[in-house]
Design a protein around this ligand. Structure first.
Ligand SMILES: Nc1ncnc2c1ncn2[C@@H]1O[C@H](COP(=O)(O)OP(=O)(O)OP(=O)(O)O)[C@@H](O)[C@H]1O
Ligand SMILES: [Mg+2]
Length: 245
């Protein structure tokens, strides 16, 4: 069974086409990485998979665990096992991290102990549980709070939008190992610009998104090396090569 299957997906926001005929298949147990320049549509693809209504599906479909989820609401997708660590999560005054994770952990034997354990795993002080969500959190604290929510939710399929962006070298090691352990028996889609997180997280396949289209797919480290050496211009060549085969 595939975890995620996207067929010919085109998406518009405010009448503007941002994703064009995307085809993407992530088999169960695989983690794929998504590269692409700024504004190429990476976050939009994640938002569409999660089901944000302003990302309007013009054509194509999204299947999750063989079920067509293209038109079902976000909460149902979450119940089916989809989770996201957002690139830029909103500040929510009056809502605490503890409130958010309560729903996921309420049946745990010792809730309080579990919450503290999650903070410790992610090198976050316990006080973060009781501060307004993301309010005055530093960039790195926001990333760790996002991952903490994922650990509490335990989705079968997790999308991580730049978990390594703005994270210092020590915390990169911490979150990298946590993410890799978490993904061991799960599937996922990971966005990273410079690939720092790939020092810790094993991935199976990479895709490059250019102007809302998948320009090429292949071996993650090879693709990252090429992008870092030659920039995204190289991906157009890759696209031509793939077309020949
Ligand atoms: N809700 C929205 N309203 C208007 N435009 C949007 C919206 N969401 C995305 N866009 C536009 O779609 C394009 C793709 O944005 P997206 O955030 O998906 O890029 P990205 O590949 O994640 O970039 P980055 O690497 O900078 O995070 C951008 O031009 C962006 O301005
Ligand atoms: Mg983005």
């Amino acid at each position: 069974m595939d975890s995620l299957k996207i067929r010919d997906l085109s998406v518009e926001v405010d009448g503007k086409r941002i994703l064009n005929k995307i085809n993407l298949m992530i088999p169960r147990g695989e983690v794929h990485v998504l590269f692409g320049p700024n504004a190429s549509g990476k976050t939009s693809l994640l938002m569409t998979i999660l089901g944000f209504p302003n990302y309007k599906v013009i054509s194509g479909e999204i299947l999750f665990k063989d079920k067509n989820i293209t038109n079902i609401p976000i909460d149902e997708r979450v119940k089916l096992g989809i989770g996201v660590a957002f690139q830029n999560p909103p500040v929510i005054r009056g809502v605490k991290l503890a409130d958010i994770i309560y729903n996921f952990l309420k049946n745990e034997h010792d809730l309080k102990k579990k919450e503290i354990e999650l903070c410790e795993i992610l090198n976050l002080k316990e006080e973060f549980l009781y501060r307004d969500l993301n309010f005055c959190f530093s960039g790195g604290e926001i990333k760790r709070s996002e991952i903490l929510q994922i650990l509490a939710q335990k989705p079968d399929f997790v999308m991580l939008d730049e978990p390594d962006s703005g994270v210092d070298v020590e915390n990169l090691g911490i979150i990298g190992k946590v993410i890799n352990d978490f993904l061991k028996d799960r599937s996922g889609l990971l966005i990273t610009h410079l690939g720092y997180i790939l020092r810790y997280v094993e991935v199976d396949k990479a895709h490059v998104l250019i102007d809302g289209k998948i320009a090429c797919s292949g071996e993650p480290i090879k693709i990252l090396d090429q992008i870092l050496k030659e920039g995204y211009g190289w991906c157009e060549k890759c696209l031509k090569m793939e077309k020949k085969h």
